[in-house]
Write a protein that binds this ligand. Sequence first.
Ligand code: FAD
Ligand code: SIN
Length: 511
Amino acid sequence: MFKKVDFLVIGSGIAGLTFASKAAQYGKVLILTKKNKADSNTNYAQGGIAAVFGKDDSIKSHIKDTLNGGEGLGQAKAVEIMVKKGPRLVQELYNMGCRFSLDENGKFELGKEGGHSRRRIVHAKDYTGYEIERVLLEETKKHGVLISENEIALDLIIQNGECSGVYYFDVNTDKINAIIANITILATGGIGQVYAHTTNPPIATGDGIAMAYRAGAKIANMEFVQFHPTSVYNITIDGRSFLISEAIRGEGGILKNKDGKSFMHKYSSAGNLAPRDVVARACVSEMLLSNSKYVLLDISHCKADYLKNRFPTIYETCLRWGIDITREPIPVVPAAHYMCGGILVNTWAESSISRLFALGECSCTGVHGANRLASNSLLEALVFATRAAEKIKSVNDIKISKEIKITKVAKTGPNFKLPIRELMSQYVGVIRTEEELVKACDVIDKFSQKFDDGIQFKNAESRNITDVARLIIESALMRKESRGLHYIKEYPKKKKKFMKDTVIEKKDIGR
Ligand code: FAD
Ligand code: SIN
């Protein structure tokens, strides 16, 4: 017999930890996480968490900015819920001990980032995510939540159309095991590692999205991959490109071409703080125009003491790599950063499969539409994880109709990580063409066929990357227009009559 819990959470970033600490009062919670508990995208978040605290700000304005950013695809109801619930929950994080930066009046010091018409980014200098992760890990401990590290969830267990737990690989014992749960929560984070250049750490291989897809859940809007315009050129730390926060531009940083000429005014009246899709495309275009592998981000006109205090992580990391940001511009390039799509959920984080919830970056609540505004993702995770914990209060016990066994374990497990990541960066990046998408699709399909059916434990991430890559390409081919983060040369404009969400289920594309 396998272990049974009330709530099984996969992932220990902001989404999983928030849910776990709030659900603990209603039943036994177990978190499985595939590496150390702090290994997550959350831990590296720099800029901050957006919420309405400013005197000149309003709920209406944050909603409007978020929907504008989403380019007609944002779900108004979900956006409203997120923005309204945000301030109380951000305040709660502060009350738990999160050391957010304060101004001289003891109020949150508010940063500015692209697409936000007001200063509304609550931050802990440039290590906001580290602070949030630290405090939430303490919070789960206080509530007696068990976190099991080095356990890789492999596939969902589905019986009678319901999710009844997961199969997972225990790295410590080298064995496949299973856990039964009344409710299973996917909080597995992003997909950045599907690309060769990404700000995301190695854990971000889209596992939750791939597992949910294989189990038959609806997956939406996967064409909307956000590329952050400013990761440091040629610097990789522990498998991720080092990010230079948009907050640097919020405090006056200027993008320049390799000859030192600023260029953003040519692309948008919002200049250096235009939405990310616009800035990323502008950087690519300037790199092509000047035949350079990078553009420059210059903040050296600011006072050195201010920069060292406001952006200590960025200052010190760049310095270690020989770049003094107080004196010289930083060479930067766009890198895969955030997935706006994911497992389709309603405003209570319920997926299309009964007893399966999805939270945070692996979910698609509809909040971001075709483009996410900076610092809205930590907020989304916080708000919808809290709602999910309210929803599961009165869940009834799952009935297992037939014995769960670990059968059908795949014999082989090819490792296609590197070629797929290169392929995706080359053909499915910031600027796409239909011809290249089709080419990429053919290659991915060939990779796909090499995986046996059954539970894959050898190179599980390689299969997940393959499935996620396929979902991104399929959605990109479905959208015959350019909108937000999806830019396709054959259809360079938005269409008046356009598809709302691109929704894919397993039956639509085979594997
Ligand atoms: P994560 O924090 O990524 O957590 C996922 C968890 O799932 C991890 O613990 C992982 O190990 C685990 N996991 C994954 N697969 C499995 C598996 N198969 N089995 C078991 N466990 C698994 N957003 C903002 O709003 N503001 C910012 O300032 C900001 N800055 C960012 C800076 C960087 C460098 C990056 C990469 C992202 C940034 N983002 C920011 C985005 C934001 O950090 C993420 O969207 C958010 O942290 C996602 O939280 P999450 O809980 O959904 O996932
Ligand atoms: C950044 O600090 O630029 C990242 C913010 C985000 O992705 O929301």
